[in-house]
Write a protein that binds this ligand. Sequence first.
Ligand SMILES: O=C(O)CCC(=O)C(=O)O
Length: 260
Amino acid sequence: MSELLILSAEQQRSFHDNGFLQLPGFYHGAPLQRLRAEYHKLVTETENRPKNMSYTYMEPPAGYAPDAFNPNNVVGMMDQTQGGDFWFDQFTEPRIVSALVDCLGPNLDFHNGKVRNKPPGFESTQGWHQDWPYERHSRPELAAAITYLDPTDFEAGATEVIPGSPRGPLPTADGTSVLVQQDVDESQRLVCKADAGDVVIIHVLVVHRAGHNYTQRSRNAIINEYKTAEAVDEWNNRCAFAGLPLARGGRLLMPRLTSD
Ligand SMILES: O=C(O)CCC(=O)C(=O)O
């Protein structure tokens, strides 16, 4: 096996055994503040953006109001990667690319980027799923890196996973892309309690779901997905920078556009 770029052997093993890996404090201090500030601009300065940076908004449920960080209740967005140089550097960031190389392999491409938020009162209706039906490739060599901008805990926007769940595609409920919910052994679930700045990497076949947010504070997250160069798109990925080569033979390819 080739030399690891950033993860410890134990972290790499944990990803392979469990299908997910939490990287606590991946962003902290000034870089985390900058990330949050840039993100605030992303969800407030929504005019004159490239057309395929599509925003979706959530109607505040009774008893909940949008908070000052995400005042328009943006619940989702595709292709935040097109939001300017900062956001290009965010998904090509050398440390995250290195972590994904260590998890997936030395030849890494980008897959897509999105925002999935949990505004106050958000109820997750998607349920347990694998990302595979949404991201079919010639081989299941993909993973999502979720960057949390706020502390998340159970019913405060935390992602839940079934560690070590089967690595093959599981049957989906009729007419949907999610699993038959009753088939999932919830006793095995793990709540990914995260702090602002944590990153959780989730393999495309790992069973997981987004949590609810029954608090008055928005829980904001960026989700960038990566794949190996050997995994060929069969899903017709039209997202920005799909297939962009990020590493070859373990060597990172992308220059930095911004100085910090
Ligand atoms: O938002 C989350 O906590 C999880 C996101 C998720 O399940 C997904 O994008 O497939």
